[in-house]
Design a protein around this ligand. Structure first.
Ligand SMILES: Nc1ncnc2c1ncn2[C@@H]1O[C@H](COP(=O)(O)OP(=O)(O)OP(=O)(O)O)[C@@H](O)[C@H]1O
Ligand SMILES: [Mg+2]
Length: 262
């Protein structure tokens, strides 16, 4: 039965998609069967894995609209064991449409679409949009856990309280099993004092759970141009530059998740 992990933070540009794509790829490289669901109308995860907008015939939009089953839109990727459920920009319209549906049902649309396919994967990773609207709520309702990437920059903690509060509010009625799997500091530069300050601030908060590598160091994703370049080649970092510090960090993250899963 797949563990469903949502990647969420309503703040834009914090490394959600980079994390979704590269964590999914790293888990696949650890011999797991992984489905990455792109649930952001920007379709960045879809494009990052080499799919061209013009070549996507059916996407999560058709699934949400009930025109296709999710199995009909899933595509293989360059990496064995990694599959993608692509999306396209029309997911925006779906987002608006949610409000016309009955409350209580509209949060469970994605959950209903995933019924039946959970048995086919070890992990389902879902990339979400930079908003706390219905799309992201649907991700939080179907997920077993959520990873919250936090950019090591000024204002990093802005909005986190709102996200945590949303999770707290929806848990009892909509998804009691939901756990915060961990906070993932991203775009960390060791040269930069601000990065260290932000990390210290996150640690000082005390409430945050981080991921740890084999040596019990907190896993941070370094700022490296290689992670930014890889999507333009339609590849996860592991296939673009295996030796990159970015790849090592995401491989460590996958390992931490696999170890904690037991
Ligand atoms: N560790 C990193 N080092 C360097 N660049 C990075 C790193 N992580 C992400 N980036 C770059 O920063 C930008 C934002 O990252 P990404 O798209 O993953 O964020 P996001 O949270 O998904 O954004 P959005 O909220 O728009 O969906 C991208 O151009 C990405 O390539
Ligand atoms: Mg994104």
């Amino acid at each position: 039965m797949a563990e469903v992990i949502g990647i969420a933070n309503q703040k834009g540009g914090v490394g959600k998609t980079t994390t979704a794509v590269n964590l999914a790829a790293s888990l696949a490289l650890h011999n797991k069967k992984v489905l990455l669901i792109d649930f952001d109308p920007q379709a960045n995860a879809t494009i990052s894995l080499g799919l061209k907008r013009s070549e996507i015939q059916h996407s999560m939009v058709a699934v949400i609209n009930g025109k296709k089953k999710i199995v009909e839109i899933i595509q293989p990727t360059l990496l064995e064991g990694l599959f993608i459920a692509p999306t396209d920009q029309n997911l925006v319209a779906v987002d608006a449409d949610f409000y016309r549906k009955e409350k209580g049902l509209r949060e469970k649309i994605l959950a209903n679409c995933l019924e039946g396919i959970r048995v086919q994967y070890d992990f389902i990773i879902i990339d979400s949009a930079p908003a706390l609207g219905p799309l992201t709520i649907n991700v939080l309702v179907v997920a077993d856990s959520v990873i919250i990437p936090v950019q090591c920059e000024y204002f990093a903690l802005d909005g986190l309280a709102q996200l945590l509060n949303t999770i707290k509010l929806l848990k009892p009625a909509s998804n009691p099993k939901l756990q915060i799997k961990g906070f993932l500091p991203t775009m960390f530069s060791s040269q930069n004092n601000l990065s260290k300050q932000v990390l210290d601030e996150l640690k000082a908060f005390g409430k945050f759970k981080f991921f740890q590598d084999k040596n019990n160091n907190i896993i941070v994703i370094p700022r490296t141009i290689k992670l930014a370049e890889a999507p333009s080649y339609g590849k996860p970092i592991a296939l673009y530059d295996k030796r990159s510090t970015g790849n090592i960090a995401y491989m460590n993250l996958a390992e931490a998740i696999l170890t904690s899963k037991g």
